[in-house]
Write a protein that binds this ligand. Structure first.
Ligand code: G
Ligand code: G
Ligand code: G
Ligand code: MN
Ligand code: NA
Length: 255
């Protein structure tokens, strides 16, 4: 309850900010985009990570304004980078939680944000999870189809950990699978994880989806994923999530 109150105030006082984790092509280390990740800059506690407050935001419904806030700030920032660095070709990936996806209003929020920030819809990717879809497949399908009609890219986050249904995967208008970091983490010690990744890559190829491996922390993991044919990755090995200044510097160095 106390955290709920201060979370509400955090939104009002603009203590929430967005960090950006770079996403790279594994073949040539080309920068492909960023995942937007919310942080809470608490005046006393310091930087609070979302695992602490996203569940509360979900329960209380605060995730709706917080989600809109992240979307707005990230799209606005991405458009600013596009204006500052005209040769850029990057995708911005934003997480969408179950409660957000179950709201019919999500589609309007996304379209309005794109219109008002000027960011092109094909530069925005929304990350949803399997669990979200399984909870309310019909509503999810409706919403995702509307987003897809407008050229927004859709990614299945944490793939392989939820109530996976390969049936949904074949019917939903998904473009990208994000392999959960638990499989990547185990790659060196657990032959099964390697085989699961191989299987996910096979499914993705069959369904013409692209794949992003999450949580890459070592050169060994990056190399294994490359050899398996995984095209894209993110993780501490490449970079931790960065604040706006550090992200701008990374883009400048890269351009
Ligand atoms: O970056 P990291 O530890 O900080 O994120 C922890 C969890 O919080 C992840 O599951 C991530 O998807 C989620 N998360 C981070 N930012 C957002 C956000 O803006 N919206 C939602 N719904 N979840 C987020
Ligand atoms: O401007 P203010 O901070 O009061 O806006 C309230 C919320 O809406 C915040 O999350 C803000 O980032 C976001 N926001 C501000 N202007 C716009 C806008 O023109 N469109 C949308 N969709 N969101 C906005
Ligand atoms: O659920 P989602 O995939 O959106 O979560 C992203 C989360 O993963 C964020 O909390 C982010 O900070 C974290 N993260 C990003 N790279 C790594 C990594 O290499 N290792 C670990 N353990 N976490 C990572
Ligand atoms: Mn994610
Ligand atoms: Na994930």
């Amino acid at each position: 309850m106390q955290l709920e109150n201060s979370l509400y105030q955090a939104l009002e006082k603009q203590e929430l900010c967005v960090y950006y984790q770079p996403i790279y092509s594994l073949n040539n280390n080309q920068l492909k985009g960023f995942e937007a990740l919310i942080r809470w800059q608490h005046p006393v506690e310091g930087l609070i990570r979302p695992d602490k407050f996203i569940p509360i935001a979900e329960e209380t419904g605060l995730i709706i304004p917080i989600g809109a806030y992240v979307l707005w700030h990230a799209c606005q920032q991405m458009q600013q980078w596009y204006e500052q660095f005209p040769d850029l070709n990057l995708v911005l990936s934003v997480n969408v939680s179950a409660r957000q996806l179950s709201q019919p209003h999500l589609v309007d929020t996304v379209f309005e944000t794109l219109t008002r920030t000027g960011l092109a819809p094909e530069k925005l990717q929304l990350e949803i999870t399997e669990t979200t879809v399984v909870e309310n497949p019909d509503a999810a399908m409706q919403t995702l189809l509307k987003l897809k009609q407008q050229q927004i890219r859709l990614a299945m986050d944490d793939f392989g950990t939820g109530y996976s249904s390969l049936g949904y995967l074949s019917r939903l208008p998904i473009d990208v699978l994000k392999i959960d970091r638990c499989f990547v983490k185990d790659i060196e010690h657990n032959e099964n994880s390697l085989e699961i990744i191989r299987a996910i890559l096979g499914i993705a190829q069959g369904l013409r989806l692209t794949v992003v491996a999450e949580g890459i922390e070592t050169e060994f993991q990056a190399q294994q994923l490359r050899e398996l044919g995984c095209p894209v990755g993110q993780g501490y090995y490449f970079s931790v999530p960065l604040d706006v200044a550090a992200t701008t510097q990374l883009i400048r160095d890269y351009s």
